[in-house]
Design a protein around this ligand. Structure first.
Ligand SMILES: *[C@@H]1O[C@H](CO)[C@@H](O)[C@H](O)[C@H]1NC(C)=O
Ligand SMILES: *[C@@H]1O[C@H](CO)[C@@H](O)[C@H](O)[C@H]1NC(C)=O
Ligand SMILES: *[C@@H]1O[C@H](CO)[C@@H](O)[C@H](O)[C@H]1NC(C)=O
Ligand SMILES: *[C@@H]1O[C@H](CO)[C@@H](O)[C@H](O)[C@H]1NC(C)=O
Ligand SMILES: *[C@@H]1O[C@H](CO)[C@@H](O)[C@H](O)[C@H]1NC(C)=O
Length: 397
């Protein structure tokens, strides 16, 4: 026994001495930052009046969102310089490459990041020449009937596994849902017993219709109101005060996103174009650092397609926070030459966002390490070649 401990100790010490890790390449897959609520029907779901946003268009990056994304830009510049991937000079496209989805909120988030990270550097933000970029568009590609049937079954199973009664009750109270126009006109007044309908159609995003979708839409507004910094008595009309209350209603939002994005067939099908693009950057192109600016749909489906182990993000209510980033890092042991992948979820805590706290190496965003379910880890590290193999396997339909 003692001998075993001694041997382990020696190998750990030797391991430490014989390794000299250098960060070689970084790919950041980001969600846009704080935006106005997406749903245009919020007024139907409550007799109460919603807070008024300065930005009137739905789904637009707000000034606060741009500020927060700028903080991320400043932080990442410092981090990448500190790791030796960038120097003080303006980066060129070999050292820093940016590609954003064509939506206003993703383009504007990318500009906000770059303007603060590299002021006066004239960095080009690449984007698709077609309005709807297929790389980021989270729609169903597979045209086979069997795919559709199996995908719906997976979604139904997931939907049935959710236990949301308490969350639904709570949200009905917050909204005073029984007095909403939707209930009064449509006669659909009970979140718990009203039906959720699943939609899986080629060329469209998987979707739900019913109480879970309604819940997700109103909660999305609560979350954004909170980040935006509305007075607490206006955020969910002052009815989400503590973490326990937020967590309870957030179950609904998580349940919705899990149903539409967190099943294997759907996630692999939706994420394939983006994963192909990422693989190309990591394996063929030699941009040292890359920023990809997309949506929560991209992050959810990439996480599931890559079989990332369950995680939780401390000091955050969301699973895929606004402005949050999956940071794929290629580390190389300069002594053995062996490469490894490390993946962190880097995001701003809810309070960092609400309070508009700037970020630096001394006041960093949160880092949560993620683990690939399909990788055989060696001393806690996933070999780069295995990661590439996992990506390759996902390229085949
Ligand atoms: C995307 O890039 C093209 C140039 O290729 C540009 O003309 C277009 O305005 C850009 N789209 C957006 C949404 O910025
Ligand atoms: C949730 O409520 C429905 C309708 O009242 C009921 O049928 C179901 O058993 C409840 N689920 C749980 C887990 O309590
Ligand atoms: C996806 O579902 C798994 C359970 O299968 C769960 O542990 C995980 O948290 C979910 N991921 C996200 C991002 O919601
Ligand atoms: C890697 O190691 C070699 C010698 O073993 C050394 O000359 C070189 O500077 C190291 N490179 C880095 C980036 O640390
Ligand atoms: C479509 O889905 C079916 C069933 O999952 C699968 O066998 C097939 O390979 C998929 N085809 C494409 C083009 O993705």
């Amino acid at each position: 026994m003692l001998l075993v401990i001694l041997l382990v100790l020696i190998s750990v010490i030797q391991g430490d001495c014989e390794q000299d890790f250098k960060l070689q390449q970084v790919l950041i897959l980001s969600r846009h930052n704080v935006r106005t609520p997406l749903s245009k029907n919020l007024a139907n779901f409550t007799p109460k009046s919603w807070p008024s946003w300065k930005e009137k268009k739905s789904g637009y990056l707000t000034a606060k969102g741009a500020l927060l994304e700028g903080f991320m830009g400043e932080y990442f510049k410092q981090w990448l310089q500190n790791e030796g991937l960038l120097d003080d000079a303006c980066p060129n496209e070999n050292s820093f490459f940016v590609y954003a989805n064509t939506a206003q909120r993703t383009m504007a988030s990318a500009y906000a990041f770059v303007d603060k990270a590299f002021p006066n550097c004239d960095i080009k933000i690449h984007n698709s020449s077609v309005t709807t970029d297929p790389i980021f568009n989270p729609v169903i590609h597979n045209r086979s009937a069997i795919f559709r049937q199996e995908a719906i079954e997976e979604m139904q199973t997931l939907l049935k596994s959710l236990h949301l009664n308490n969350s639904y009750r709570d949200l009905e109270d917050i909204l005073d849902y029984k007095q909403s126009e939707y209930c009064l006109l449509e006669g659909k007044c009970d979140f718990i017993t009203d039906k959720n309908k699943i939609f899986v159609n080629v060329g469209l995003k998987p979707n739900l219709e019913g109480p879970l979708k309604i819940s997700k839409s109103v909660i999305d507004s609560f979350i954004m109101e909170n980040y935006e910094g509305f007075p607490l008595k206006e955020v969910a009309w002052g009815q989400l005060i503590n973490t326990k209350q937020w967590d309870l209603v957030l179950e609904l939002s998580k349940g919705y996103h899990s149903t539409i994005f967190n099943t294997t067939l759907i996630a692999r099908d939706l994420a394939r174009p983006l994963l192909k693009y990422m693989r190309d950057i990591l394996v063929n192109k030699h941009h040292r650092t890359t920023l990809l600016m997309g949506h929560d749909a991209n992050i959810y489906t990439v996480l599931k397609a890559l079989d990332i182990m369950p995680y939780s993000l401390k000091n955050q209510y969301e699973m895929t926070p606004a402005g949050g980033k999956l940071v794929f890092q290629r580390w190389v042991d300069n002594i053995s030459g062996q490469g490894y992948v490390k993946i962190d979820y880097v995001y701003q805590a809810t309070e960092q966002m609400r309070q508009g706290k700037s970020l630096s190496l001394k006041n960093p965003p949160e880092f949560t390490p993620l683990k690939l379910g399909g990788c055989k880890y060696v001393n806690g590290l996933c070999p780069w070649d295995e990661f590439v193999q996992l990506l390759d396997n996902l390229m085949e339909a």
